[in-house]
Design a protein around this ligand. Sequence first.
Ligand code: 2IT
Length: 449
Amino acid sequence: MDIQNYTADFLDRLAKRDPAQKVFQQAVKEVVGSLAPVLKQYPKYIKEKILDRILEPERIIIFRVPWRDDKGEIHVNRGFRVQYNSALGPYKGGIRFHETVTQDALKFLAFEQTFKNSLTTLPLGGGKGGSDFDTRGKSDNEVMRFCHSFINELYHHIGYHTDVPAGDLGCGAREIGYMFGQYKKLTNDFTGAFTGKKPNWGGSLLRPEATGYGVAYFAQNMLATRGDSLEGKTAIVSGTGNVGIYTIEKLTALGAKVVGFMDYDGSIYDKDGVDEEKLAFLKDLVFVRRGSLKEYAAKFPAAQFRPGQKTWDIPCQIACPTACENELHTADAKTLVANGCLCLAEGSNMPCTPGAIDVFQNAHVLYSPGKASNAGGVAVSGLEMTQNSMRIYWTREEVDAYLQRIMRSIHDSCLSAAEHFGMKGDYMAGANIAGFIKVADAMIDQGLV
Ligand code: 2IT
């Protein structure tokens, strides 16, 4: 069988079935595009129709989320949970609260999550959920009422051995707290059915930091393959959410100078780089006061605030997109390469467009896909589940040692899968292949279900 025709026909059918699901199709195309040599070497995947089976989520739950604002007015949002694949373990993945949330976006995120979780080496299936509810501009009470209403339906479908949600964009420790509280109230069951809980009531130390720290560790591992390191490198990070802030922190700790970052209002160019004092200010600004980066420039006059502008034109050697999907386009990639970027580690899910990835790979930039380099977050979620099962807490140092080991193992399995299938040094192909094989083999072992 001609493999190229087989995959082209497959993608064609996919596009016809759900023509409006553009980001899902983009994510699938990237993975399927890496699989030709695997399908060629192992015809069992074609015979078993694994692509057709893996491309269909096991279940999608869509539900109404009614809630009242502080003035007493009623609002109705739409809630989702995509239970994508449970071949390797209970569905696992975050909850996104943002106005852009649609079934398409969550299907793409759950698909990515399935392969990412497979790469972590932990027993985790893949899922994702959320709502088109925007937490920005809402009071704590409004957020609480919304989260309780969201769980009034979702609690039927999740559970410690079934589906374990966590945070994502717009959903942090506050939202997890409200959701867990309502889940416990309705089920009368104190189990770790969520991760990203606060450490004083069941959360793992280092979970908030884990995604960002993992991105920096992954970049460090990639640079080491060229005998290089983060020491003395200039870096930019795009978002300043949970992932962004802790990417900045770890890059700085490992010797890099972070000169650019951004939020919804614009970006900061701080040629002196972030130091301890600036980082403390940023954490308070973002996590406590939920303020704008304009205040950073007001506080540190050497830093320039650039309204409405992204970070990609700021010269750097290391770039870590940490905001959202498709945030970095072909032209941005060309600018980064022209300015001397040598390593791009994705912190968000699918931030680079296919054209941007081509630019990086053709220029031999060390490029890692999010499903590999941002897997530290869900990996520590897995460790939070382990600690909950054992009813003990590990120290920060213990969790960090696991995290570093897992990021190293993901890095190495990407490289070895890529090399084995004739694409040496291609982290994207390696991540797709290694993630796919584990899920596909488990599905075959478990029969046609
Ligand atoms: O994209 C992600 O990996 C997450 N939002 C974290 C998921 C999790 O279950 O910790």
